[in-house]
Every structure is written in structure tokens, then in C-alpha cells.
Design a protein around this ligand. Sequence first.
Ligand code: FES
Length: 159
Amino acid sequence: MNVRSSSDDVLSRTSAIICELQGLEGPLLPILHAVQDTFGYVPEQAKPLIAQALNLSRAEVHGVVSFYHDFRSHTAGRHVLKLCRAEACQSMGGDALAERVKSLLGIDFHETTPDGAVTLEPVFCLGLCACAPSAMLDGELHGRLDEDCLGELVAEARR
Ligand code: FES
């Protein structure tokens, strides 16, 4: 796919999403979620289109995208591993697990392995505090992690 067709694709698919969702009350967040579900991130080219359709400025759309951590500005790896960094998980060894996962993957939080396999992200409570420390791999929750379980998760994500 060349850059031009990729850009056309973003514009046409974003327009279809806008058409479908702009009648909602408070349509900006649902539109942004749908755009991210479609492309894996919120492309820059989509923002002016959304701004125009919702009668907002580009800065307002950009501000909302950058405020909410769930919205990405770049594609993630094939797998996304989120490790909980909030209090209950910290009290159960979360800091050591964080260091372990960073060294296993060779990357820091908010980074993707060079082979594009795994993006590592912090998350601040998964509602699994009673089973701390916890993580989420591609939307699937994992609790009571220790270094061995975490190693297995990382190995699974790298396959
Ligand atoms: S603090 Fe980690 S799941 Fe709640």
C-alpha cells in the first residue's frame, strides 16, 4: 500500500465512521474509539475531518486525543501487554515485576519491541486488586502474577 492510498483509506473510513456516529450525544469519544479500533491508532489525517464534522477546532480534537491515554498516536505492536502500576499491585511486588518485564522485553513502558511483537504499557488499576499483581495481555486479564507467570506471558506475546 502506498502512502497516497493509505491516506485515502484513512479519509474514507473515517468519513464512514463520522457518518455513523455523529448523531450521538457527545459523539467525539465514540468516533475516536471507532477510529482507533479501525486503524489501531488515531491518524493525524483523521483529526481535521472529525473537527470539521463536529464543528470543533483541530486543537480541541488533538487536545482530547492527547488527554486520554487510551488513544494512540502510532500503531502498537502485534500484542499489547499492560502491567498494573497502581497501589495494590505495587504492594504485592509490582515494582520488581515491572523491572523484570522491561528487562525481558528490552524496552521501557510506552515502547514496542524492535520486531513489532509487543508494546508494553503501564495501566493504573485493572479492578483486579484482590488478585494483585495483575496484567492484561491483548485484553485478557491475568492475576496473581509472579516472575514465572510473567515470563510465560511475555513468551506467549513474542510468539
Ligand atoms: S491496583 Fe492493580 S489491579 Fe487494582
